[in-house]
Structure formats: C-alpha cells, structure tokens
Write a protein that binds this ligand. Structure first.
Ligand code: UT7
Length: 328
C-alpha cells in the first residue's frame, strides 16, 4: 500500500446542445411549468438528439485534462460511472482510453446510478493508493432521457443528460485540491423505491412483455425522504472524518435531483443556502453527471480561493450515497 495524498486538480463538463424547456415537456403529458418549477426548481434540461453520450464524456474529460495540465498518455486509470452507456461493450472508459490516446491507463465503467461519481472517486483513490498510480480520470455520464418512462409525469419532468469529469492526482507534492475525506454507503432495503430494469431483447423462445421495458420507476416521496436524511448524515460524517466543521466549508455541491432537497438539507443543518451550489434549474437531474457538472460550474463561477473547503454529496438508485470533501 502506497500512502499518497489524493488531489482533485482539474474539472470539466459537457451537455447536449438541445435544450428541452418545461414548456416543451408540457407537450409530452399532463403537467405545467408552474408544477415542475415549484416542486423541483427545474426550468430546463438538455437531452441527446444525435450526439453519443460517450462523446460528451470525452469532451468533459478533455476539459478536465486541460485544466489539470495532464496529457491523456499520462493517465494510469480511467473510471466512468454510468448506467446508460452508449455501448455496453466496449464500455465508455475503454472508448475514452482508445480515442483519447490514454495508452497505459486501466479503464473500466461502474454503475452506482446518481451516486456514481462519488463511488468512482472512492474507487479511484483506493486503486491509486494500492498501485501507486499518479493520475486518474473519473467521469460521471448519464443519459436518463433514453430510459425515461414517457407515460409517468412524476418522473419524465425530472431528467436531463450530460457528463462531468475530474482529474485526480496521487502525488504528495501536489499543492491543490487535497481530498480530506471520502465515503460511500449502500441502503439495499430501499432499493425497490428507484428502479430501472435491465434490457431484455427476448429470444426465439421467449418474448418479454412491455412491462419489461428498460424504464425508470420511482417512489418519489420515499427517495425524497431518503435524500434529505442521507445527505445530512454524509455531510456530518465527512466533516468528522476530515476534522473540520460544516461551518468551515465554503461550498456544498449536492446531487442536483430537486432544488427542494437541497433547501431541506441546508435548513436541517442550519447552513446558509447561498453556500449550496445549484444548477438544477438549467440541467435537471443528470444522474451520475450531476455532481461533477455542478462541481465544474461551481469552480468556474464561484472561484473558491486556495485553502477553501468544498464538500460533495450524492444519493441515488441502489439505494446508494456517497461524497467527499477537499481543500481547493
Ligand atoms: O436522482 C434520483 C433521486 N431522485 C430524487 O431525488 C427524486 C426525489 N423525489 C422528488 O423530487 C419528488 O418526490 C417529485 C418531484 C418526484 C414529486 O414531487 P412530490 O411533491 O412528491 O409530488 P407527488 O408525487 O406527491 O404528487 C403530488 C401531486 C399529485 O396529485 P394529487 O394526488 O395531489 O392530486 C400528483 O398526481 O402532484 C401530481 N403530479 C403532477 N402534477 C403535475 C405528479 N407529477 C406531476 C407533474 N405535473 N409532472
């Protein structure tokens, strides 16, 4: 085991060009801009219309590598978190490795739904520590538009597509972005509350019914309750592990599932809402891409100063949750 400190040294993001507004969504089913805005804070989202998710992942990756001043050839590890890949095989990480010239990288995908970026960070840290790897690229990319149930208005208003990336550096001498703590958790008993069935094309001997289509089914209220509790727990756990207080954290970047979840968490912890970055109004819930896209935008727009603390927290299907805290 090599005992290195781990650093976030670059971020990037990419979203599809096509903007789908709440007005557009009202043409799909019985809903309204007023309902979507007041219940979720979402005004618009992006959806794939011709682009491949894996190319968005590549755009986000390039931006993160440029920001980190690292060449793809210097990457030791690529982990992509997604459950809606362009291809199951070669997986998205292999696609990035071959098309970006990351010749020596070990590359693989993971699936932890909306918590995927937090899981990829935790897994990357562990692998880097064991193998003494220097540079890793971690990506969250999802296109929930392709698994949306367009007959269920309680979910089709929520989702958008996109990709976000970060470069991790495992060098003691790196002076910025040190990760002070990270965590992941599973809550299997509540797995039924958020479900996307796998694909089943059928065989000459068995034809699946329509109920076996690969689409999202969600008990929104259960997931809402889970999210507000788990985010608070994770943020307290991260603060304790990192030996900092939540008051000392300058920016909180939570999974952008619903603006009201973020408001609840801020309220429960009695923290100023201004310290919680939000872009759910522009992108909706982009699943594994949500935290890294928000992180990238927060870094660009809020420009935290060297030494300031940033905390990430995610939750999603599984049910799963995870997060990290780092010093800019
Ligand atoms: O990343 C994965 C994690 N997922 C989440 O974090 C989602 C967490 N859950 C939520 O964000 C919320 O539960 C939703 C936004 C999904 C739903 O909000 P809600 O406040 O829990 O609404 P509800 O499902 O209890 O529905 C309230 C009412 C119902 O009507 P009645 O029975 O009160 O007359 C629904 O039929 O709103 C109705 N409704 C809608 N009306 C207009 C549900 N969806 C819609 C809609 N447009 N799209």
């Amino acid at each position: 085991m090599v005992n290195l400190s781990m650093h976030i040294i670059g971020t990037g993001a990419a979203v599809p060009k096509r903007v789908i507004t709440n007005e557009d969504i009202t043409k799909v089913g019985d809903t309204s801009d007023e309902w979507i805005t007041s219940r979720t804070g979402i005004k618009e989202r992006r959806m794939l219309s011709g682009e491949a998710l894996q190319d968005l992942a590549k755009d986000a990756a390039r931006e993160a590598l440029d920001a980190a001043n690292i060449a793809a050839a210097d990457l030791d590890l690529i982990i992509v978190a997604t459950f809606t890949p362009t291809n199951f095989t070669p997986n998205t990480a292999c696609y990035l490795k071959s098309t970006m010239g990351a010749g020596k990288a070990v590359a693989f995908d993971i699936n932890s739904a909306c918590s995927g970026f937090a899981y990829s960070l935790w897994v990357a840290q562990s692998i880097m520590a064991v193998h003494g790897y220097k540079n890793a690229l971690i990506i969250g990319a999802d296109a929930l538009s392709i698994v949306t149930n367009w007959d269920d208005r309680s979910t089709f208003v929520l989702f958008g597509d996109g990709a976000g990336a970060a470069v991790l550096c495992g060098e003691d001498e790196a002076s910025r972005g040190e990760i002070l703590a990270s965590t992941v958790h599973n809550f299997d008993d509540e797995g039924h509350s958020l479900f996307v069935t796998g694909i089943n094309n059928g065989t000459p001997f068995y034809k699946p019914g329509t109920s076996e289509k690969s689409i999202v089914t969600m008990d929104g209220k259960t997931v809402f309750r889970f999210a507000t509790v788990v985010c608070v727990d994770i943020m307290r756990e991260l603060a304790e592990k990192a030996k900092v207080t939540l008051d000392e954290v300058s920016y909180f970047v939570l999974h952008q599932a619903n603006g009201r979840i973020i408001d609840h968490v801020a309220g429960k912890l009695k923290l100023p809402i201004e310290r919680f970055f939000k872009n759910v109004d522009k992108y909706g819930n982009t699943s594994a891409a949500s935290v890294p896209i928000a992180l990238h935008q927060m870094m660009q727009e809020c420009r935290p100063k060297t030494g300031e603390l940033v905390m990430l927290a995610a939750f999603g299907g599984g049910l799963t949750a995870g997060g990290a805290v780092f010093r800019v």
